[in-house]
Unconditional design. Structure first.
Length: 591
């Protein structure tokens, strides 16, 4: 058994505490600082001196106060009871702490992460005599109406089942007894612990296949993300990063969402807490909180805990991926996490890199995003799960040359670049279609062609080409004016405007427009592009461009996004009929 180290403080510098007498401690050990028992983590060792990152306010600490190493790394508790909870950056249960101590978190407070007294109905899937190994499912617990918690064999454990204990059990009571290969008897409970800085093992990483459907037209059509992929949302203040992440957390077709509020304003986290219980999952009709884990480490909380919150969140997400679920993690924002790294690096007197960020910024970001992926889980039976990582980036002034933005773009495969000029025009989501990209687009187009419509990739390519032509024509208009363009080019501008305003613009706060199914997206895009195609044919037959712009059916297309799903197909058919009638009428008038 590891010997605990007792040391004493020799220096306090904000969240950094230096203690001596810590020779027996190890890197990344959790320590308790001072008589208050503040939680910290060793991040640097020099002889018997340890540099400790303290995750609570250090005001009032002084030299000579005791420091006790727990002899274990910073770990999270994994068991039934995680879903629907809200934790801080080091997995302290905020609601339970509020019940104990009120609205303000007192320093050094300790509370069980998960309720030890609550009983769960354990339904075993193994029986005496079964051989089990790491990752195998011992049984299930219906944690929420949306999540069946699959209790797994901890890593490093194998043996033969000798007894199964079904029924109402707490997370610390044994549910299965096994005999190890050494002949020893061992009890397995539902509760596991895992060090947050170490990725959970998997059998194989698989190339992402299908898309993560978000319900957001601009994303799913032009810049899709695959399940198990990585994406970044950089943008200046006020461009809608947080709203987009809220939308993705609400409507993405994943089994579970881990949402990390890392260093952002408290009111944004409040919005999540107020909205999610009221919103219904589109597939089941249950509250979205029934499939969400929230980690709140807002800007008024200790800065050092931001660094831990990212790892806490992705470790919980990996745990549910190991059960075979599709999981998404939203980090808002990695810039605030990087600022915490910069502050600690400065206090450690490390050689600064660009803009004062530590030289290891890129490798730390990579360690986070590389834990995402589509994997074959460690288990005797074949089981696959996905973890999709989406991080907001908040570069000062929206400058993408910022080191955090640049390091992130070198890692992720989807870039949703938010544009302040689009936001000022009230075009939301303000994703710039000329600068954004997705390296999964070709693979997702193949999936869409097979599962939605063979026409999908054609529509996608035609629409993005029209938007690119619009950008080129707008440069000409700025120089010589609209009237100098040919009727065909004038019509392209109008068709592109329809594509932008009638299709890409999406109101996150409208009950109907906030989410669009694949069928609705396909139908809307077909109608917008049909207007473009029919208009070009009409121009060739002599119809005036002003006539095409003024067609009454245009108003119907503009309002189509607000038509509920159950009435959409009928409304789309009416518009197609109106298209045929009005285009035919105009062309006959020319003849």
């Amino acid at each position: 058994m590891k010997k605990f180290s007792n040391g004493k403080i020799v220096k306090v510098s904000g969240p950094l505490v230096i203690a001596e007498g810590m020779r027996d401690a190890d890197m990344f050990d959790v320590v308790r600082v001072s008589d208050l028992g503040l939680i910290g983590e060793i991040i640097e060792m020099h002889g018997d001196r340890a540099s400790i990152q303290v995750y609570e306010e250090t005001a009032g600490l002084g030299p000579g106060e005791p420091v006790l190493s727990t002899g274990a790394p910073l770990s999270v508790e994994l068991a039934p009871g995680l879903v629907g909870e809200i934790f801080d950056g080091i997995q302290r249960p905020l609601e339970r702490i509020r019940d104990i101590a009120g609205n303000n978190i007192p320093r050094g407070i300790q509370a069980d992460v998960l309720d030890r007294s609550r009983q769960w109905d354990f339904v075993p899937t193994v029986q005496p005599g079964d051989e089990i190994a790491a990752g195998d499912i011992l049984g299930t617990v219906q944690e929420t109406p949306l999540i069946e918690h699959r209790v797994m064999v901890p890593h490093g454990v194998r043996g033969t089942v000798t007894e199964v204990l079904p029924g109402a059990r707490t997370i610390v009571e044994p549910v299965v007894r096994i005999r190890t290969p050494e002949g020893e008897s061992s009890d397995l409970a539902m509760l596991q612990r895992w060090p947050v800085r170490r990725g959970r093992p998997y059998a194989e990483k698989i190339t992402p296949r299908g898309p993560m459907i978000t319900g957001q037209r601009a994303i799913d059509t032009f810049f899709p993300i695959a399940r198990g992929g990585t994406a970044a949302i950089p943008g200046p203040f006020g461009s809608g990063k947080t709203v987009i992440q809220h939308q993705l957390a609400k409507w993405s077709d994943v089994d579970l969402v881990v949402y990390i509020g890392c260093g952002e304003r408290g009111n944004e986290m409040t919005d999540v807490l107020m909205e999610f219980p009221e919103l219904k999952d589109p597939k089941s009709g249950e509250s979205l909180m029934k499939r969400t884990v929230l980690i709140a480490n807002t800007s008024d909380m200790p800065v050092a805990a931001r660094e831990a919150s990212i790892y806490t969140g992705i470790t919980i997400a990996e745990y549910f991926r190991d059960m075979g679920y599709n999981v998404a993690i939203m980090a808002d924002s990695t810039s605030r996490w990087a600022e915490a790294l910069r502050e600690m690096s400065g206090r450690l007197e490390e050689m600064p890199g660009e803009e004062g960020y530590p030289a290891y910024l890129g490798s730390r970001l990579a360690q986070f995003y590389e834990r995402a992926g589509h994997v074959r889980c460690v288990a005797t039976e074949h089981r696959e799960g996905t973890l999709t990582a989406i991080g907001a980036v908040s570069p000062p002034g929206g400058d993408l040359s910022d080191p955090v933005a640049q390091a992130t773009l070198r890692i992720v495969k989807v870039f949703w670049g938010l544009d302040s000029s689009l936001a000022y025009k009230r075009h939301f989501p303000a994703i710039n279609w000329l600068t954004s990209y997705s390296l999964y687009a070709d693979r997702v187009d193949d999936w869409m062609d097979a599962n939605v419509s063979p026409e999908w990739h054609v529509l996608h390519a035609e629409a993005i080409r029209l938007l690119q032509e619009e950008a080129e024509l707008e440069e000409i208009v700025k120089l010589v004016g609209l009237d100098s363009l040919s009727p065909l080019d004038q019509f392209k501008l109008e068709a592109a405007r329809s594509l932008r305003e009638d299709y890409l613009q999406q109101d996150s706060f409208d009950d109907v427009d906030t989410y669009a199914s694949l069928d609705k997206k396909l139908g809307m895009l077909q109608l917008v592009m049909e207007y473009y195609r029919q208009g070009i044919l009409a121009l060739e037959r002599g119809v005036a461009v002003r006539t095409l712009i003024a067609l009454p059916v245009r108003d119907l297309v503009a309002r189509l996004k607000f038509v509920p799903e159950e009435r959409f197909q009928a409304a789309a058919k009416d518009i197609r009929d109106a298209y045929l009638e009005q285009f035919r009428s105009e062309q006959q008038g020319v003849k």
